[in-house]
Design a protein around this ligand. Structure first.
Ligand SMILES: Cc1cc2nc3c(=O)[nH]c(=O)nc-3n(C[C@H](O)[C@H](O)[C@H](O)COP(=O)(O)OP(=O)(O)OC[C@H]3O[C@@H](n4cnc5c(N)ncnc54)[C@H](O)[C@@H]3O)c2cc1C
Length: 111
């Protein structure tokens, strides 16, 4: 399977998602370390949103790659799919992260 171009493209998408999410998290951590009293809510919110949405796309692709085994109870991929799905809900659902970011943008773009 790994020799098929369509599979390699899927792996590339998964890798880009993973690296993008990691960079967003590192940026938020860096911003927090260098905040000097400034709030870093927007950076943290973006890291949570990008990280959890990317994680979901990655595990969804993994399920697809595993075929029937990917949705079979007892398979680690199926377990991860259910676990990662929850990340988009708790500690601030994705919609709530977007609200936080939207408010931040409106507040900071006002003249
Ligand atoms: C696996 C798991 C572990 C958890 N662990 C903990 C824990 O350790 N401690 C703890 O306190 N809680 C925990 N929770 C609870 C978790 O924080 C809540 O499920 C989460 O805050 C969402 O609240 P809710 O389930 O009441 O959904 P609701 O608040 O009813 O939201 C339902 C959905 O509506 C949408 N939504 C919500 N608000 C808005 C909005 N303002 N605008 C647009 N859309 C919106 C989102 O899609 C959201 O998923 C856990 C939940 C899960 C699934």
């Amino acid at each position: 399977m790994a020799e098929m171009e369509t599979i390699q493209m899927k792996l590339a998408d998964m890798h880009v998602d993973l690296e993008t999410a990691a960079l967003t998290v590192y940026r938020a951590a860096w911003a927090r370390d260098h905040a000097e009293g400034r709030r870093t809510t927007a950076e943290a919110s973006m890291a949570k949103l990008v990280g959890t949405e990317a994680a979901f796309r990655i595990i969804d692709s993994a399920v697809q790659l595993f075929g029937g085994r990917g949705v079979t109870r007892g398979c680690i991929i199926e377990q991860l799919f259910r676990d990662i799905r929850a990340f988009r809900i708790y500690e601030g659902a994705s919609e709530v992260q977007k609200l936080i970011l939207g408010r931040h943008l409106v507040r900071n773009l006002r003249p």
